[in-house]
Design a protein around this ligand. Structure first.
Ligand code: CA
Length: 364
């Protein structure tokens, strides 16, 4: 893909400015004070044990003009008392595996739970079904305890585990992935990108999603539709820059990414895609989801439609689509809307010095 396209593959399809203004006003109201309080622990979190999670990422924060949202999501998760992060694995996607690994290690070792290990997974979709350090470690972790899997990049690592160790499928409580769309939905950003983006994580390895669907593991989708309504702008970056070490770290990595969105799409901010997946666990009160049927279909390529390519023939491509359930067919929870309060929730977690149930105090 062209470098100047958000590689979460999901863009925004609405007029950005009013949303930015609205959310910025909410953020200013909530975060204008000098001291930001840790997020209030929900009633359910107080009475329930933390959810054991494994996070699979394609971290690219710090790679010029590449996504920072995996790193935001890791720090969000590390600062969520509702979660206990048991492991991190890394996959190709937003950048190469070789680039992504040291970024995931740095974020996890500085800001994550003491002893949290980071494991290298697939470097391309051609490695689907092959063992990696990530699949070995995930198999060991699943043997030790059931886990919820947060899949924030192409799903190759997780699908490989399922393909090689079907005996462990019952140990996967659910898979939360950043992918999917309604029929005919186009991922456009601002007014300068009418062709739309790819459903990046899905299209990087459609077969991996087919394996996940066929496995019958409960699947939750945090797709472009939900993230496209949430904006991180310079206002939030300024608050990060004055926050604790993890927030400051993000603030240092963000400018190149936010500049890309401004130059390419003429919007003031970016959508923090992967954070919505974490929010389905930590903040379900802010997230609206419905259960739909899910299938992979093949249709003309909406990114390279003939009218967008000077009349060249359109090529088809696979789409991960939710629609009315077919009796007996596979289903997924499709999360499609975030309340405005989610931005406050996210900011409070990023700006909090409190870690998850298993996290160390803030890194140095
Ligand atoms: Ca990602």
């Amino acid at each position: 893909m062209a470098a100047a396209v958000p590689t979460a593959g999901i863009g925004l399809g609405m007029k950005a400015t009013p949303v930015i203004l609205l959310l910025s006003q909410v953020a200013l109201t909530a975060l204008g004070c000098a001291t930001v309080q840790p997020p209030a622990q929900s009633e359910s979190a107080r009475v329930s044990a933390p959810i054991d999670v494994w996070i699979d990422v394609d971290t690219a924060a710090g790679v010029p003009r590449r996504d920072i949202d995996d790193a935001v999501a890791l720090i969000q998760a590390f600062h969520s008392p509702e979660l206990s992060v048991k492991g991190v694995s890394v996959v190709f996607g937003n950048t190469s595996l070789d680039n992504a690994m040291p970024i995931a290690k740095e974020v996890s070792q500085r800001f994550g739970p003491i002893g949290l290990e980071v494991h290298a997974g697939a470097s391309s979709a051609t490695e689907l079904g092959q063992p990696t350090a990530a699949t070995t470690a995930l198999a060991k972790a699943l043997t030790a305890q059931p886990l919820t899997l947060l899949v924030l990049g192409p799903a190759t690592n997780i699908a490989s585990l399922i393909a090689m160790r079907p005996d462990l499928v019952p140990r996967i409580e659910r898979i939360i992935a950043v992918a999917g769309r309604r029929p005919g939905q186009r991922f456009t950003t601002g007014t300068s990108n009418l062709r739309g983006h790819r459903d990046f994580n899905f299209e990087k390895d459609p077969e991996a999603f087919r394996i996940i669907i066929d496995s019958g593991v409960p699947l939750v989708l945090a797709p472009w539709e939900i993230s496209s309504t949430v904006w991180i702008t310079q206002r939030q970056l300024d608050l990060w820059a004055k926050g604790p070490p993890a927030a400051q770290w993000l603030a240092r990595k963000a400018p190149s990414w936010i500049e890309l969105w401004k130059e390419t799409f003429h919007v003031d901010g970016f959508n923090p895609f992967d954070t919505l997946a974490v929010a389905t666990l930590t903040s379900p009160q802010h997230i609206a989801c419905d259960t739909w049927g899910i299938q992979i279909i093949r249709a003309p390529n909406d990114v390279t439609a003939p009218e967008m390519q000077g009349g060249q023939p359109a090529q088809s491509k696979p789409y991960l689509v939710v629609q009315a359930a077919v009796e007996g067919g596979p289903q997924a929870r499709y999360c499609h809307a975030a309340a405005p309060a989610f931005l406050d929730d996210l900011m409070q977690r990023i700006l909090s010095a409190r870690g998850s149930s298993s996290a160390r105090p803030y890194g140095k």
